[in-house]
Design a protein around this ligand. Structure first.
Ligand SMILES: Cc1ncc(COP(=O)(O)O)c(C=O)c1O
Length: 394
């Protein structure tokens, strides 16, 4: 049973006095919505990642939709992604009346398989009317996809690459930060993410045209920002609407939190790495645990505990339940799309995604957040090992 006070939550944000003071500063300033804090957050995020443009948005879901819209994802087009993701990756395209095609993940990384991307693109390009206009790789848990291979395919098949970088801040690779490698990258600052604004996101691109389109569409298709309308010399009521846009801006209260979180991003990552090193070391002694993928620049948003179901006589759900009952908060990333009613109705069949299915059936997300104490880390390790040993076949 959960003991009050002794339960280790799956995730807790690290919010300090700096974030509290930043929110108060904005509340007392008289300007609550998108203004100079959001602009400063964008500049600071652009500087951090080296991205020429960074646009603050109210969620990564909105950011994905803006990105797809700017890339011309519309009726009669499709995106290609993996079913091993959060629904937002797909729903963004569906809301633009586009279709979504899927290919399986790699056997070992949870990330979309570039070879399968190429198979899908080949099939698509053989059609009279090819549909796939963008590929959306997701850097699952912060472990970066094989971006070099994916960018080579992008050139060969002339598709946009929209990185779903919701998990991968700050994943630094030899080619730059994940989320700045493709045409557009979309970060999430949802409450459980590596840095948070409660709800929020950032869209990065080096493409001036795409940035211009997304800036306009983010605010009702209006050609001037609200901040500009109220602070520039030109009368505030003068603006034009050039398209039916959305309302996806990030308010200053949230941007102010984001600015403080951004300053701590590298420190948070160090703390996450400190925790995962201990998990990895302790679990190396358990033959029934397959270590999580750890490519260059992993941001370690999640620790994916992968059970080797050949070597243990308990399934993932029961294992999770025992952890919860022993006071460990766990989660599951992700229930693949093909197991959801909506996608089943669309004909998505699990037989086409053996790797996603296998990983789904064996994976548990363990607590991983910067302020975990040593006692908490030890308790997670101890409980996982104790539970596994009871059911280990070897
Ligand atoms: C892979 C992935 N993409 C997109 C999103 C959407 O992020 P947001 O909640 O900021 O809209 C999430 C959120 O959890 C996610 O995990």
């Amino acid at each position: 049973m959960k003991q009050p006070g002794s339960f280790i939550p799956f995730s807790l944000p690290s919010i300090g006095i700096e974030e509290e003071e930043a929110v108060l500063r904005v509340l007392r300033s008289g300007w609550l919505t998108t203004g100079k804090e959001a602009l400063a957050f964008e500049k600071e995020f652009a500087l951090f990642t080296g991205s020429p443009h960074a646009l603050a948005v109210n969620s990564a879901t909105s950011g994905l939709q803006l990105a797809m819209e700017a890339c011309g994802i519309t009726k009669d087009t499709a995106i290609l992604t993996s079913p091993y993701t959060f629904i937002a990756t797909s729903s963004a395209a569906l809301h633009l009346n586009a279709s979504v095609q899927y290919c399986d993940i790699e056997k070992d990384t949870y990330n979309i398989d570039p070879e399968k991307i190429e198979d899908a693109l080949k099939r698509d390009r053989a059609l009279l009317k090819p549909r796939i206009k963008a590929v959306v790789p997701i850097h699952i848990a912060g472990n970066v996809c094989r971006m070099q291979d994916i960018m080579t395919l992008a050139k060969k098949y002339e598709v946009y690459i929209i990185e779903d970088a919701a998990h991968s801040f700050p994943s630094k690779t030899d080619n730059g930060y994940a989320g700045t490698i493709g045409d557009i990258g979309v970060f999430s600052f949802y409450a459980t993410k590596t840095i948070t604004t409660a709800e929020g996101g950032m869209v990065c691109t080096a493409n001036d045209e795409l940035a211009k389109r997304m800036t306009t569409m983010r605010m009702h298709g209006i050609d001037r920002s609200v901040w500009d309308r109220y602070t520039a010399d030109k009368a505030s009521w003068e603006y034009d609407v050039i398209e039916a846009g959305y309302k996806y801006n990030l308010p200053d209260i949230l941007a102010a939190i984001g600015r403080e979180q951004l300053k701590k991003a590298d420190f948070f990552l160090e703390k996450r790495i400190h925790i995962i090193k201990q998990y990895n070391q302790a679990f190396a002694e358990c033959p029934w645990i397959i270590p999580p993928p750890d490519g260059k620049g992993n941001a370690w948003h999640l620790y994916l505990l992968n059970l080797d179901l050949q070597k243990i006589s308990i399934n993932r759900n029961n294992f999770s339940q025992f952890l919860q009952e022993d006071g460990i908060g766990v989660s599951m990333h992700f229930i693949p799309h093909f197991l959801m009613s909506f996608w089943k109705k669309q004909g998505l069949d699990e037989k086409d995604f053996p790797n996603a299915k296998t990983r789904y059936e064996s994976t548990i997300s363990l607590p991983l957040w910067p302020d975990m104490t040593q006692i908490m880390i030890d308790k997670v390790i101890e409980t996982v090992i104790k539970t596994g040993r009871m059911y280990a076949k070897y």
